[in-house]
Design a protein around this ligand. Structure first.
Ligand SMILES: Cc1cc2nc3c(=O)[nH]c(=O)nc-3n(C[C@H](O)[C@H](O)[C@H](O)COP(=O)(O)O)c2cc1C
Ligand code: SF4
Ligand code: SF4
Length: 260
């Protein structure tokens, strides 16, 4: 079994690590990025069971996840796949969005889970919580992950959150119909303002190689999968995507005790 994740502010990485370690402490977990794709494709080919995890975006899965599945459609045949989506409030059928694509690629979907975590949208006031509230949300997620791991280990029963017909309707009518344009492709809306000091930190962490430092200036290539990693890590809060200014850099480390 292996885990593969896309994670901007760290929530999905955190949850996937907890679940896979609880199930098998030797399991390997890989961050999906264009740079690592070839390696990850090989890992998928060499393993039977894949835990695929990503943040919910407008009750959908991020475009890069869908693009990755489709570009490598032949590697999924007969793989057992568990889909995990983290969310700020309402996921609808975020797991189902990847699961349906994977089924078309002949994967067997063994289950899905949608976990509430702190909100990742750094440039919006919506859904923002205090540090204490976010800590509680993470503790709840920890508890659920433990319960899920126990049921899987003891009874071989996997949750099926987001995979059924009702969840499909909830995701579709709750959000996707109205916001589909936001996730139908890579975003070209990322902006960098004049506070940028050209440190290049944003480029280093981008899973899409969407940013490059050229002669001291950042260039944006229009292939953003809206993960918010650059936005949450920029020391000058110079990057925005959905909103106009950075309200809070939402990385999970801000809400964890020091030793996690
Ligand atoms: C562009 C964008 C869209 C989002 N849409 C939703 C949504 O529809 N429903 C929801 O509950 N959370 C939504 N969120 C919140 C994230 O899914 C949530 O914070 C997630 O845990 C972030 O995971 P990460 O830290 O691994 O990137 C959205 C976040 C982003 C960046
Ligand atoms: S991390 Fe921020 S300051 Fe550094 S290059 Fe990127 S946008 Fe500029
Ligand atoms: S440009 Fe920023 S938000 Fe977009 S994919 Fe790269 S790191 Fe994520």
């Amino acid at each position: 079994m292996i885990g593969i994740y896309l994670s901007g502010t760290g929530n999905t990485k955190y949850c996937l690590n907890k679940l896979t370690r609880a199930l098998d402490e030797n399991s390997a977990v890989y961050a999906l990025s264009l740079k690592e794709e070839e390696n990850i494709v090989n890992e998928i080919k060499n393993n039977d069971t894949i835990f695929l995890a990503y943040p919910t975006q407008f009750s959908n899965c991020p475009y890069y996840i869908r693009d990755f599945i489709k570009r490598h459609k032949d590697i999924w045949k007969d793989k057992k796949v568990f889909c995990m989506a983290t969310m700020g409030l309402f996921a609808g059928d975020a797991t189902g969005c990847a699961a349906r694509l994977l089924k078309k690629c002949k994967a067997k979907i063994i289950g899905g889970v949608q976990l509430k975590m702190p909100d990742a949208v750094c440039d919006s006031k919506l859904l923002k919580k205090s540090v204490e509230e976010n800590r509680k949300i993470i503790l709840e997620a920890d508890k659920r992950i433990k319960e899920i791991a126990n049921i899987i280990k003891e009874k071989n029963i996997y949750p099926k959150e987001g995979l059924g017909f009702l969840a499909h309707l909830a995701g579709l009518f709750g959000q996707r119909l109205w916001f589909y344009s936001k996730t139908k492709g890579y975003s070209k809306k990322l902006k960098i303002n004049s506070n940028c000091i050209g440190c290049g930190m944003c480029a280093n962490g981008c899973p899409m190689n969407n940013l490059k430092l050229v002669e001291g200036k950042m260039v944006i290539f229009g292939k953003c999968t809206m993960c918010y990693r650059c936005i949450t890590n920029c020391p000058k809060k110079a990057i925005t995507l959905i909103g106009k200014e950075v309200i809070e850099q939402c990385k999970i480390e801000n809400y964890l005790p020091n030793n996690e």
